[in-house]
Design a protein around this ligand. Structure first.
Ligand code: F58
Length: 835
């Protein structure tokens, strides 16, 4: 429908469209030249690839701009429900190549740059990566933004504009070294600062009651400090559509640039310090993959971005003239884990204290608006805040949480009379040891929908961590298996395979991943299989070159590439992988003629800077690599490499080069995994436990195309209940004992028997993640892998089947399920009317 409201910029867009934002190479070239001159001020003769990167990025952003504005206008005009995805992390990865793909501008950009004597791939490599996340959870949020825009769902991502993202990892002498990630150093051409969109956020202080004009008792929060949140918007362009959604990240600023009073009394430096304190709120991403218990600054970050986001939603409602009572009709607010769950109390505060709604009305709106996604079962990862800290920082929210809890526990008592143990278990306030606020309980009570991220995970959630909540409200629970975007992780990452798929199937698969099923018709075609292998080989060559430049380790693309990339964590069991490598090493040393196929073992991943054992695991991987790669008795069969600084950019080189994907977590510990899906998409076979989404991957691909091993989640739980003793497993496996002894002896540390002792003792004394219990099954399973690899035609068939059957793991499928089953959200076609 065409509208002529004064807010519409259609006319303006149409007037300048062909000249300023044309999509042909000549117009794009002009755009680059203009930006180089007018935005960057660089002499063409002195321009480096980094200058060209910024000029091209700005020229591409210009080409997003009309779509972006038109999308925002369309949502506003059509008064449609909006999904607000609240996430403390968005691990976006580089924008340029993605935007070129989604706008269909890749060839135009290549041509425009070539005409300027530049190479597109070199320019793409100049982009610093916005690493505003730790791992799976943050990357999932980025995949979901891509799918929301591609499927034309009205949506906004809300988060934090960290000045420093996830640290850059360097490896020095085998150890992880952390370097600050100065991703904003040269400016960020993708974002637009919106200084007029800003909100004040209170912190600390106390509350007081007062009577309003009508004589009603109300509560006022008198803060100790006020910080201002400024919006920075980044366009999220959908693939092949005009929809361009917004990612709005908040940056903290002092309310005044300096305190006049302090200035006048001479305490200028105290005033400047206060400003700096305010601005630290969004300085740095916490680099932990478990919550840093009790960190005040982290609570400040969470409250800060959630408050700004909810205030923003209310402002937009006001602008649209929609009464606040209709909040939940216009917004579906999704909590990406508990990090934004303070939103439940904040929306109550805004509705009651500032908008003067009564409790019941405010509560009905809150529960109808919020949905909560849980991403972990690990008890140590469930977020809690100590009560005294919480009271000191957010006194009004604590009062609100107490009242939510009082009413909630009344409900529990009414439903389960006399069951005080249950009441204590479900309370929003934990009383085990020091009192704490339990954020998962707050999120569950305050949301109409609660979901896990894979079938097994949801099942375990319903039967363990949130069992009491499931019993009370079974209708609130559902599963939403994660997904990944095929645009970035296939089309961009694997151009060779993309071309083959386009040639064989057409291009539908980019927006309907189930279309890859049609690949199965080509499996018996030897020419197709040989093309498939050639593509994989080229991808392996590309990765080998990268690894050689990064580490000096030379890998042969003819070898089996066996890859484990993910955060380093005991539950993910990189050390189990190492035990297998060392088993092969010992066998080869004992029998150099042993007929095992040559394998390159490739690792990558960051350890939380304070995670002692994870850092030792990195050191051990590098120590083993050093020994094996230098030993001519084994290095024609085995090589080991650790790719430093695993991030979105190098992930795009890694997944397409894998033959074997290692998904070997202790069953019941990995909520879903998404790397497993990215490997599958690119035709790697999985060796894995029945954990997270591995279960569904195996269902899709078939048991005969998946290397399954290990204890099930039930067996793990049973063993642990019975009192698991790792020593029992050691006694029955001489080879395992020998491998552990070798690590402990200092064999890989120039005789230093101290450095790996904590790792060995962890396994022999307690082995909390049952590495030893799964060792024999893992090694046996790896023998099945080796035998399958020795038949390349069979392996290729299995690889093709993996890609063919990965349709379920598209983030498009996942987002449709959220939209239909949780958000009640309809797509809205956007037409930018661009020539
Ligand atoms: C991950 N969680 C899960 N948390 O471990 C993984 O199984 C799942 O596939 C993924 O979420 C997406 O659902 C995860 O990445 C974090 O990184 C948090 C960062 C902030 C502190 C707490 C952990």
């Amino acid at each position: 429908m065409k509208t002529n409201t004064p807010t519409t910029s259609q006319g303006a867009a149409a007037v300048g469209a062909t000249v300023r934002v044309g999509l042909d190479p000549a117009a794009l070239q002009q755009g680059i030249v203009d930006h180089l001159r007018y935005s960057i001020g660089q002499l063409p003769a002195l321009a480096t690839p980094a200058h060209y990167y910024r000029a091209l990025a700005l020229a591409v952003r210009d080409r997003l701009q009309d779509r972006w504005i038109r999308t925002t206008e369309t949502y506003f005009e059509q008064e449609r429900k909006l999904a607000c995805y609240l996430s403390a992390e968005f691990l976006l990865g580089p924008h340029l190549a993605n935007n070129l793909l989604n706008l269909g501008l890749e060839e135009a950009a290549r041509g425009a740059l070539a005409a300027l004597g530049q190479d597109l791939d070199t320019i793409i490599d100049c982009e610093p990566e916005p690493g505003l996340g730790n791992g799976g959870l943050g990357r999932l949020a980025a995949c979901y933004l891509d799918s929301l825009a591609t499927l034309a769902y009205p949506a906004v991502g809300y988060g934090i504009r960290y000045e420093f993202g996830i640290f850059a990892q360097q490896i020095r002498d085998g150890w992880q070294i952390e370097r600050t990630d100065k991703w904003l150093h040269a400016g960020n051409p993708w974002e637009i600062a919106k200084p007029d969109i800003c909100y004040e956020v209170n912190w600390g202080g106390h509350t007081e009651t007062y009577a309003d004009e009508a004589g009603l008792q109300r509560v006022r929060w008198v803060p100790f400090r006020v910080v201002k949140g400024l919006a920075y918007d980044t366009p999220i362009q959908g693939f092949g559509v005009d929809t361009c959604n917004t990612l709005r990240l908040w940056s903290a600023e002092a309310v005044e640039s300096f305190d006049f009073q302090a200035f006048n009394t001479g305490d200028y430096f105290e005033a400047v310090e206060a400003k700096l304190r305010s601005e630290t709120v969004t300085k740095v991403l916490y680099p932990n993959d478990e919550p840093a218990i009790g960190k005040r600054l982290r609570l400040a970050q969470q409250y800060f971005f959630v408050s700004c986001s909810l205030q923003d939603m209310l402002r937009i409602l006001d602008l649209a003239g929609v009464p606040v009572e209709r909040f939940a009709e216009r917004y579906a607010v999704q909590l990406n884990d508990t990090h934004p769950s303070i939103g439940v109390a904040e929306l109550m505060r805004l509705l009651i204290d500032e908008r003067h709604l009564d409790w019941d009305q405010a509560w009905a709106i809150t529960v109808a608006a919020f949905g909560y996604t849980n991403h972990t079962l690990l008890p140590e990862a469930l977020e809690t805040w100590s009560l005294p800290l919480f009271r000191e920082c957010l006194p009004r929210h604590l009062e609100i949480i107490f009242e939510i809890n009082r009413r909630f526990l009344d409900q529990v008592r009414a439903r389960f009379p006399g069951d005080e143990a249950r009441v204590a278990r479900m309370s929003l306030i934990g009383e085990v040891g020091d009192k704490q606020v339990r954020m998962a309980h707050l999120a569950s009570v305050g949301s109409h929908a609660i979901n896990g991220v894979a079938a097994l995970h949801t099942d375990l959630l319903e039967n363990s961590v949130l069992a009491d909540f499931h019993e009370l409200w079974p209708e609130r629970f559902s599963n939403k298996t994660n997904g990944v975007t095929p645009r970035r992780f296939l089309a961009l990452a694997n151009p060779g395979l993309r071309a083959l798929l386009d040639r064989t199937l057409g291009t539908d698969w980019l927006v309907d991943l189930t279309a890859l099923r049609r690949l199965e018709a080509h499996i018996e075609d030897p020419a197709f299989r040989s093309e498939w292998r050639a593509i994989k080989h080229a991808n392996k060559r590309r990765l080998a070159d990268y690894i050689a430049t990064q580490t000096g380790v030379e890998l042969d693309p003819n070898w089996l590439f066996d890859i484990q990339v993910k955060r380093i964590h005991e539950y993910k069991r990189q050390h189990l992988n190492l035990l297998h490598i060392l088993t092969l090493y010992r066998r080869l040393k004992a029998d150099p003629g042993l007929g095992i196929p040559p394998r390159a073992f490739i690792f990558g991943g960051k350890a939380a800077p304070g995670y002692f054992l994870a850092k030792r695991i990195i050191k051990l991987i590098n120590a083993v690599a050093g020994t094996i790669n230098a030993d001519p008795e084994v290095n024609e069969r085995l090589k080991v490499a650790f790719v430093p600084n695993f991030n979105v950019r190098n992930a795009e080189l890694i997944y397409p080069a894998a033959d074997l994907s290692e998904q070997i977590s202790t069953a019941g510990k990995e909520a879903s995994g998404t790397g497993n899906m990215k490997f599958m998409l690119n035709g790697a076979l999985t060796i894995g436990t029945l954990d997270g989404a591995n279960v569904e991957i195996r269902e899709q691909v078939g048991d005969e195309n998946f290397f399954l091993f290990g204890l099930t989640a039930d067996e793990v739980a049973r063993l642990q209940r019975q009192g698991y003793r790792s020593a029992d497993w050691l006694d029955s496996h001489a080879e395992l004992r020998a491998v552990l002894d070798m690590i402990g002896s200092g064999h890989f540390a120039s005789g230093d028997s101290e450095v790996f002792r904590p790792l060995v003792e962890n396994l022999t004394d307690s082995d909390p993640f049952l590495v030893l219990a799964d060792y024999a099954a893992y090694v046996a399973c790896q023998e099945r892998v080796a035998s399958a690899w020795s038949d390349p035609e069979r392996w290729t068939r299995m690889a093709i089947l993996n890609t063919a059957r990965c349709g379920r793991f598209s983030s498009d499928r996942a987002i449709r399920e959220y939209a239909d089953e949780i958000w009640g959200l309809q797509p809205v076609a956007v037409s930018a009317h661009i020539a």
